[in-house]
Design a protein around this ligand. Structure first.
Ligand SMILES: Cc1cc2nc3c(=O)[nH]c(=O)nc-3n(C[C@H](O)[C@H](O)[C@H](O)COP(=O)(O)OP(=O)(O)OC[C@H]3O[C@@H](n4cnc5c(N)ncnc54)[C@H](O)[C@@H]3O)c2cc1C
Length: 413
């Protein structure tokens, strides 16, 4: 550590949220010799969480983690292999790397931050469960529906006009994944598929983008722009989530077999009732109608053997990310469409920039000012990229039509 920054060693830092942003910044400040504790509301880690991250900067990751230790080696090998083979990455692999680079007992699960008490000329107080803990700096890396954000800015996220559904399925159950771009009433509907490796499993991942009216979507969530409903099962493994025998809307129990379209037509509209809580009854029929049988089969297999999660797209850029000693980082500071493929990356850059600012500044106020300027400027660029990318799914001035309205139930049988 630079001797001019020895003031850092006396700092006590709390991080709210243990996803990509929270763990990245915890690593960075830990390497500066700072005492850091991470509080995460989830009862467990995210090593098994699916979800594709299309690009990871391994050089940045190594810098953030301060190198690669023995525990991280296997995960780093998987990430490197994915890059060479031009595959997407499993979120859990990235998470494990960041988690395993930290000392034990740094991250506290089932620890939800409820409130921050700001008292002039005194340390900040962080209310976590029954505890009220004192810290010099609190970093909110608590995602799209950040609880920390109101302590820094009054600005709020805005709905981008479209939702993305993400499907994930083991290769043994389906082919593909499908890619396609269709227009309905002059607006784009897009499927974007790619393979990913998760541990020893080879998975197929697909994103489906479609415009939706705001009244039919969920607000920003506490995690990766996922709805709260999806949060409940987003972390469970593929195999532990069979969808056969899930009760339908009508209370009956319905199982699928492989000859999906035939069966769907035979049973009619009721067959489309919810396979998973996240799969609405219009979902497979809509895909069938717009993209055809092959794509509909892929999603049906995801619903049956893998998972399907809705991600309402919200956008946000903070006017400031520092207020006193409370700091925002990652999705709490800037929320962009997954089409930018840059949210996790930007959270990691935030962490790195904050670390550099702390290390190279003479005092804490200067360091936080440097971070604030840099993070807001990058957030603006990310927001602009997000707006530009999303205009094809929800053009300006377009009155969004619900996919449910567009389904022709008669044609579906
Ligand atoms: C489908 C999809 C695909 C994506 N693809 C990419 C991609 O290819 N590349 C890319 O760079 N980015 C991608 N992103 C974006 C990326 O996942 C996010 O930008 C990134 O996860 C943000 O990390 P974060 O740590 O800021 O927030 P989050 O990942 O949202 O994590 C916030 C954490 O805070 C916790 N938390 C919330 N409130 C509290 C509280 N009060 N107390 C304690 N803990 C709390 C939550 O439980 C959660 O663990 C994608 C996102 C989605 C939805």
């Amino acid at each position: 550590m630079n001797t001019s920054t020895s003031w850092l060693t006396n700092l006590r830092v709390a991080v709210v949220g243990a996803s990509v942003g929270g763990l990245s910044v915890a690593n960075v400040v830990h390497q500066l010799g700072v005492y850091v504790q991470v509080y995460e509301r989830s009862p467990k880690g995210f090593q098994d969480r699916g979800g594709a991250i299309s690009a990871i900067d391994l050089v940045l990751l190594e810098k953030i983690c301060g190198g690669v230790n023995k525990q991280m080696q296997a995960d780093m090998n998987i990430l490197s292999k994915n890059i060479i083979q031009q595959r997407g990455h499993f979120y859990g692999t990235l998470w494990s790397c960041l988690y395993n680079a930290l000392p034990e007992d740094t991250v506290h699960f089932e620890s939800e931050m409820e409130q921050i008490f700001v008292v002039p000329n005194a340390p900040l107080k962080l209310a976590v469960g029954e505890h009220c803990l004192e810290f010099d700096i609190i970093i909110g890396a608590d995602g799209g529906r950040s609880t920390t954000r109101p302590y820094v800015t009054r600005k709020l996220p805005a709905y981008a006009g479209y939702t993305l559904y993400r499907g994930l399925c083991d290769v043994q159950y389906t082919q593909g994944p499908p890619c396609g771009d269709e227009q309905v009433n002059g607006v784009d509907y897009v499927t974007l598929g790619y393979p990913i490796i998760a541990g020893k499993s080879e998975l197929l991942s697909c994103e489906l983008y479609m415009g939706m009216p705001e009244e039919s979507v969920h607000g920003p969530s506490l995690n990766r722009q996922v709805t709260d409903e999806a949060d409940d099962f987003a972390d469970s493994s593929l195999e532990s989530n069979p969808v056969a025998n899930i009760p339908t809307n009508h209370g009956e129990v319905h199982s699928f077999n492989e000859s999906f379209i035939k069966e769907e037509k035979a049973i009619g509209k009721h067959a489309y009732a919810i396979r998973r809580r996240a799969v609405p009854n219009w979902f497979i029929p809509f895909i069938y109608q717009v993209f055809g049988e092959e794509t509909a089969f892929f999603w049906s297999q995801c619903a049956k053997y893998g998972k399907v999660t809705p991600h309402t797209v919200w956008e946000f850029v903070a006017d400031r990310v520092v207020n006193g000693r409370v700091i925002l980082l990652g999705d709490a500071a800037h929320l962009a469409s997954p089409t930018t493929s840059a949210g996790a990356y930007t959270a990691m850059v935030d962490a790195y920039v904050l670390g550099q600012a702390l290390e190279q500044s003479e005092d804490i106020d200067t360091a936080l000012e440097v971070y604030n300027e840099d993070c807001v400027a990058r957030g603006v660029k990310l927001y602009q990229a997000s707006r530009a990318k999303g205009s094809r799914f929800a053009p300006d001035g377009w009155d969004p039509v619900s996919p449910e309205t567009l389904v022709n139930w008669e044609e579906q049988g």
